[in-house]
Design a protein around this ligand. Sequence first.
Ligand code: PEP
Ligand code: MG
Length: 310
Amino acid sequence: EDRTRLAAGRGPGRTADGHPVDLMVNIGSAADLRGVDLDGVAGVGLFRTEFLFLDRKDAPGLDEQVVAYAEAFGHFPEGTVVVRTLDAGADKPLPFLGLPEEPNPALGVRGLRVARDQPEILDTQLEAIARAAERTTADVWVMAPMVSTPVEAAEFVERARAYGLRTAGVMVEVPAAALRAERLLQVADFLSIGTNDLSQYTLAADRQSGAMADLLDPWQPALLRLIAACADAGRRSGRPVGVCGEAAADPALAPVLVGLGVTKLSMSARSVPAVRARLAAYEHARCEELARRVLDADDAAAARAAVLSS
Ligand code: PEP
Ligand code: MG
């Protein structure tokens, strides 16, 4: 039955020989799911909650957040929804937070770091997610952005569990986190690799600067090596490691990521059909072979050529 759905461009993600890969969607609010064909989609791999906090004078209250999260969860009665806690600062400014003016905002107070001085925003959000989770059959996971150390990860996970959230993980967006992937997975239930920020910080190239596109390219072998390190740690611990940045939406890269050991790919809904089709064309052993080729390439163009010419 899965084969028939795949032939029709639908159904769950899998390689040609049936190795499963969760295909998930990135959303900013439940509105992004309207009219979307969710057949074979395992759920939401990245719910960017910033949308709810934009263009306002103060943070949304508990009840308002519960309603917004519950609406999104309602679309996946049998799926998983991964909610990312507020990722403000740098490329996602939120004036009401009153964050300090900084010379290098991308290296400053952003993501989980905002909770150092303003923990109440995170606490309210975790409580709202937990309450909305009680109203749904969806499996609700929660994760923090911009985590750098195992201590930060452990503190976040402990906080999430205090609100009754059972599955808590962290994003890998900073090279320091990728280098400690094994340790992170001892405290966190899963990792989700944010390749947009991970490439920015690995290649020292501003994600908002078009001039650095060749360095920010998700095919950069240095970035792929960090992804491989995370995936290896996931394999050893038996815990899921997904990719939710733009890299996951590149159909040609999908078999490579799966070959590296990534178990979930989360992307904008419109990217799902092409990624699903490409994955279905490769046996898993072939994905592993492609993965080996890219890691030794000298730049992104060479990595791409090594795969596309094969
Ligand atoms: C990322 O950094 O890859 C990511 C998924 O988060 P965002 O693009 O929202 O920073
Ligand atoms: Mg990010």
